[in-house]
Unconditional design. Structure first.
Length: 411
């Protein structure tokens, strides 16, 4: 008996380092997957502790608050086992059986394999538990009745499906998983219908989010805005490229997620989005002032008055200060709302990889009247955006009316 016990003790002693190494590998993998899944962006309030919740998420149905997903047993997910965590992640089901609101992208995560969910859970168990309750989501009737989400989930909860990948490269397949499932890009870049569900027949064609456009990610549309594989990979890695910088809702995605992904995964995402082979990126030539519309010609002076100090008189921009107008992807969008919102709202200071910074851009809503704003938009879009159509003052005013209240604007 003593010999048997000694052998068991020896076996356990030899296995322990292997088990510990496996657990450590799972945690490291889970940390990477949590970054790829962008968990921190929605579960961390500005200035708050990581994963402690409290971020207000503005939806058409009211404000939903990101929950505490630290290992706190009282306020977080400390009591969840792996099965319960997997159900929350892929089915939108809380530990107490209540339905989560689909601001939690379980509609995309439902395609996540169990081993990835378990790894993310293993990692979250290691973060510092924050003993603080996140604000409680309180929507108006009937949206506050979580039981009603049962029907919604039956209709839309598993709508996201991966396209057939027969004949596609392994890089393409990996990119599809990174974009469609972990990155859940379609949740913002797909239009939604009246019940708040993604319109799958228009997947990745662009969606509205708090007054901004999450633009189309279709390969032909990306190429039409000047994107190629290298620039798109660089944009995801560094938050900036020849096409401009990440701002608005995409800046937290860069800050908390894409800058920490490895180069093969970023390349795979670009391969999936642009296709293999990718369409040729469209190269624009500048339009001489005399060939622009009268409104755009007037807008040249408004540009010199309020923009050229940072973006340079000829739109070349200034390193570490302001992006170039030449080739800027926002100017090349057919829909002008993002350009309008940026000019009116401004952009906060942006910190990118390494020592790269972009100074804050002030908003000019109180400095430009409707005519000046329209002229400036026309000058920027026609001169550097490849847009031949001319905006009327009424077009700009309609977009201003459609903009969200100031407290709902993203920063």
């Amino acid at each position: 008996m003593n010999r048997l016990l000694s052998r068991l003790a020896l076996a356990v002693g030899l296995a322990a380092p292997v088990l510990l190494a496996h657990a450590d590998d799972q945690v490291k993998r889970g940390e990477y997957l949590a970054r790829a899944a962008d968990c921190m962006a929605c579960h961390t309030a500005p200035g708050g502790a990581p994963y402690a919740g409290g971020l207000p998420i503005i939806s058409p149905f009211g404000t939903i608050y990101g929950t505490n997903i630290t290992p706190s047993k009282e306020h977080g997910i400390g009591l969840y086992n792996d099965d319960e965590f997997f159900a929350a992640l892929t089915e939108g089901k809380r530990r107490d059986g209540a339905n989560l609101y689909p601001a939690m992208p379980y509609t995309s995560y439902h395609l996540m394999p169990r081993e990835d969910s378990d790894a993310i859970h293993a990692y979250l168990k290691t973060v510092e538990p924050i003993e603080r309750a996140a604000p409680v989501t309180s929507l108006s009737f009937p949206f506050n009745v979580r039981l009603g989400l049962m029907g919604w989930n039956m209709l839309y909860g598993k709508d996201v499906k991966l396209a057939p990948t027969e004949g596609k490269s392994e890089e393409f397949k990996r990119g599809e998983y990174m974009v469609e499932v972990l990155g859940h890009c379609g949740e913002c870049h797909t239009p939604r219908g009246l019940p708040g569900a993604m319109q799958q027949d228009k997947r990745l064609t662009g969606g509205l989010l708090n007054g901004y456009l999450a633009p189309s990610l279709l390969a032909t549309d990306l190429a039409a805005r000047g994107w190629n594989h290298q620039d798109l990979s660089t944009f995801l890695k560094h938050g900036m490229s020849a096409q401009g910088t990440m701002f608005n809702e995409m800046f937290p995605v860069f800050h908390n997620s894409t800058q920490g992904l490895n180069d093969p995964d970023l390349a795979a995402m670009a391969t999936y989005l642009l296709g293999d082979p990718a369409p040729a990126a469209k190269v624009l030539t500048e339009v001489p002032l005399e060939q622009m519309s009268p409104s755009a010609q007037r807008g040249r002076q408004d540009y010199l008055n309020v923009c050229a100090g940072c973006h340079a008189p000829n739109g070349e921009g200034k390193p570490h200060i302001a992006v170039a107008m030449r080739g800027n992807t926002t100017l090349r969008l057919e829909d002008p709302r993002n350009l309008l919102r940026v000019i009116e709202d401004g952009i906060g200071e942006q910190k990118f990889a390494g020592f790269e910074r972009m100074q804050p851009m002030p908003g000019f809503a109180d400095k430009l009247n409707h005519e000046q704003l329209t002229d400036l938009l026309n000058y920027l879009r026609q001169g550097w955006g490849g847009q031949s159509a001319e905006l009327a003052v009424s077009d700009v005013q309609k977009l201003q009316v459609d903009a969200p209240p100031a407290e709902h604007k993203a920063h």
